[in-house]
Design a protein. Structure first.
Length: 310
């Protein structure tokens, strides 16, 4: 239980809502808040209204702020009213914003900061990868490691499970009945659902002894592209085509469209560094926390997936 810590979650998207749902029962009443843009709080969009109603029902306070537009000083003034800040923003606002948020968190004197690092292991990938935003993630890690006043926790989750099946990502193309293996069919990728990340993040924040100043790895599943294709064959009663996309091919595609975000991601995952780890050696495995495997996720979404007929 986070009894007396005022906790601020940045953003209420897919991950932010999952974190807030899991933190709400663990944070003392009136001590959990979410930072949202004024336009979101005032929105008449039915989906946003539904989320806002859920947040109010959970007892989550609404704090107005704009991570992309506000100065580091203004953000620090907001953060300063809280003990723990958890960033669930994604790559909001473009280059430089993640560094700005981290700098504001440190300047605010907040006791504990969880940056937006819910993804791959940037330390292993290193600088100069095809996805240039990843270098900024390493800048954030350098900022956090260079100081001692604010505790930090980095939670490495791998790819969001649902993202693997996004048509725009171009890996699972069920309309064409094809799995495009990034690098090779035997390359692996770690996947975790947003719901599991929310639950595990709450467990990490409440863990005893206290977790501080370290990278924590979690995983819903770690699978090869071959295993994903095999699972699709079993569950959908079809034989998907398997096509490997070697790194040189993906790098040529990126060179032709260097600003294409998805081409950057495909090239990084094809290189196979820092994008997969042993599920047995994760925080959730050590704590016996049940998580959603790829096969379970496919079963739960079978009807939606079947609608994408080849």
């Amino acid at each position: 239980m986070i009894q007396h810590n005022a906790t601020l979650v940045l953003g209420a998207g897919q991950l932010g809502m999952a974190v807030l749902r899991n933190l709400a029962p663990r944070v003392a009443k009136g001590r959990l808040s979410v930072l949202l843009r004024a336009s979101t709080i005032a929105s008449t969009d039915p989906d946003k209204q539904r989320d806002l109603a859920e947040l109010r029902a959970l007892g989550v306070g609404l704090v107005e702020g704009d991570l992309a537009q506000q100065s580091p000083e203004a953000l620090a003034a907001t953060f300063r009213r809280h003990d723990t800040v958890v960033s669930c923003t994604g790559f909001v606002g473009g280059p430089g914003v993640q560094r700005k948020i981290a700098r504001a968190a440190l300047d605010s004197g907040v006791k504990r900061y969880v940056p937006w690092q819910f993804g791959v292991d940037y330390d292993v990938i290193g600088r100069g990868s095809p996805q240039d935003l990843f270098d900024e993630q390493l800048d954030v890690r350098d900022l956090l490691r260079a100081q001692r006043a604010t505790e930090w926790i980095i939670i490495s989750t791998g790819m969001f499970t649902s993202f693997l099946f996004e048509p725009a990502f171009g890996v699972i193309d069920l309309a064409a009945n094809t799995v495009h293996a990034l690098g090779s069919l035997d390359n692996a990728v770690t996947l975790t659902t947003a719901e599991d990340i929310g639950a595990i993040t709450a467990e990490i924040l409440c863990a005893q002894p206290r977790i501080a100043n370290q990278v924590v790895h979690v995983a819903g599943d770690t699978v090869t592209y071959r295993e994903v294709a095999d699972a699709l064959d079993r569950l959908l009663d079809r034989n998907v085509t398997r096509r490997e996309l070697p790194v040189p091919e993906l790098m040529r595609a990126l060179a032709a469209e260097p600003g294409d975000t998805m081409r950057k991601y495909r090239a990084v995952f094809a290189q196979g560094r820092g994008v997969a780890w042993d599920k047995a050696r994760t925080f959730n495995a050590a704590r016996g926390i049940a998580v959603c495997s790829v096969e379970q996720w496919l079963r739960e979404h079978r009807d939606d997936i079947r609608s994408a007929r080849p």
